[in-house]
Design a protein around this ligand. Structure first.
Ligand SMILES: Cc1cc2nc3c(=O)[nH]c(=O)nc-3n(C[C@H](O)[C@H](O)[C@H](O)COP(=O)(O)OP(=O)(O)OC[C@H]3O[C@@H](n4cnc5c(N)ncnc54)[C@H](O)[C@@H]3O)c2cc1C
Length: 387
């Protein structure tokens, strides 16, 4: 394979970082452009499932990744009045995911490419034109407003849910983004809520609204507010904490919600967004390919977005290395490899969403009953274990 093949990777999130690392490893020359002026850090709780951990291992970053699952973690289900019962939580799912911050995965991948791959901050594509044998990209430097044209063998859109590459090459967002009619707000708490230990997960799940507090071994917990609504646009009018305070009225759970909202008012990096899946019939067109949330956003409810970004990067790298003469065949192979996994987890996300935030009272009751049975079984199995 010619060693001079150049790829433009748009976006420095998990998918973009992982893609740059893999392309560099197989002998390509990736150039990464990132819209923001600097690399982000921190973020929210992410569960890293075994398939994602395996991809991280294949990318050579698992060993350096900061895993933060608390030893002896436990979960409490808390009702509107603050009464608690033992339950099972995110980290108890089959496969026992590791708890990390999104920034932990990004930091490990960044370490892998830093100094080896060219990264340009404050830069984004404004036009992509495909001619035979090349993709011509117009890039804009956001600080100066200056634009320049550059030719690439491949353009990888790893620019997230509202991908510019997808819009420029495949069509408007509305064609591919499917609303799950839910809002999320994720951020780091200043410290654990009163009455709970650093290793304890707190879940307040009522019909159509829920608050999850995820513990870490060596970091304050992160909070995830989520609620269901069909009036997504209206949720962005006004202060996020005020909107949440209105939505969670009557569900204070013994002061936990008030405390979490007080932290939100001081949180510098809170994420407040509507929840959408991205469904596309194809992820590539000629020399432009999408990966991660840009291609298949499965939503936080799937718990597989970060993992699938890394799995996709490995698959894309393998496909390009395995088909050095034809980028088209490589991209077909990449799609074929990834489709079954994405299809499965996009479907599962709707089921798992009911565990995060039940869509009505009947589902909430069913959910609570199921969790009670499962957590009792787990407790019995644990008590019955030889010490
Ligand atoms: C609250 C929450 C909890 C989650 N929990 C889990 C979990 O438990 N397990 C899991 O696996 N996943 C989880 N996810 C999903 C996971 O975080 C995402 O799927 C993953 O981080 C997406 O990575 P990405 O690189 O595809 O996109 P992004 O993280 O969106 O990164 C895109 C990057 O592209 C940049 N960019 C955007 N537009 C442009 C442009 N025009 N030009 C240049 N750069 C641009 C952005 O600034 C950003 O740096 C969760 C998500 C949320 C919100």
């Amino acid at each position: 394979m010619p060693t001079s093949r150049k790829a433009l990777v748009v976006g420095l999130g998990i998918a973009g970082l992982a893609t740059a690392a893999r392309l560099h490893e197989i002998g390509w020359t990736p150039v990464v452009v990132e819209r923001t002026p600097q690399r982000r850090t921190g973020g929210y709780f992410v569960g890293l499932f075994p398939r994602g951990a395996q991809a991280a291992e294949e990318l050579g970053v698992l060993a350096t990744m900061h895993l933060r699952t608390p030893a002896d973690h436990r979960t409490w289900a808390v009702d509107a009045n603050g009464a608690r019962v033992r339950s099972i939580g995110f980290l108890d799912q089959p496969g026992h995911p590791d708890g990390v911050l999104r920034g932990d995965i990004e930091a490990a991948l960044w370490e892998k490419i830093e100094g080896r791959v060219e990264v340009r901050f404050g830069t984004e594509p404004v036009a992509i034109e495909q001619t035979t044998g090349t993709a011509r990209v117009t890039l804009r430097d956001n600080a100066s407003g200056a634009t320049s044209e550059e030719d690439y063998d491949l353009v990888v859109g790893a620019d997230g849910l509202r991908s510019t590459v997808r819009r420029l090459v495949f069509g408007p967002h509305e064609r591919f983004m499917r609303s799950m009619h839910a809002i999320i707000c994720a951020y780091s708490l200043e410290h654990q809520v009163t009455g709970y230990g650093d290793h304890e997960q707190v879940v307040i799940a009522a019909p159509r609204r829920a608050l999850w507090i995820f513990p870490f071994r060596d970091h304050p917990p992160t909070a995830l507010f989520t609620y269901r609504t069909r009036e997504e646009d209206r949720q962005f009018r006004g202060d996020h904490a005020d909107v949440l305070a209105g939505r969670f009225a009557g569900l204070d759970a013994g002061g936990i919600v008030t405390q979490a909202l007080a932290d939100l008012r001081r949180a510098p990096q809170a994420l407040f967004d509507s929840v959408h899946q991205v469904r596309m019939p194809r992820w590539h067109r000629d020399r432009v390919v999408l990966i991660g949330d840009a291609a298949w956003c499965m939503t936080l409810f799937s718990g597989m977005g970060a993992s699938s970004g890394m799995i996709g990067a490995v698959a894309l790298g393998d496909a390009l290395a395995g088909s050095p003469e034809s980028i088209g065949s490589a991209l077909d192979a990449y799609e074929q490899e990834m489709r079954p996994l994405i299809r499965k987890h996009q479907a599962l996300a709707y089921v798992k969403a009911q565990l995060f935030v039940p869509s009505n009272r009947a589902v909430a009751l069913l959910r609570a009953a199921l969790l009670k049975i499962v957590s009792r079984r787990r407790l019995h199995a644990w008590i019955g274990q030889p010490s």
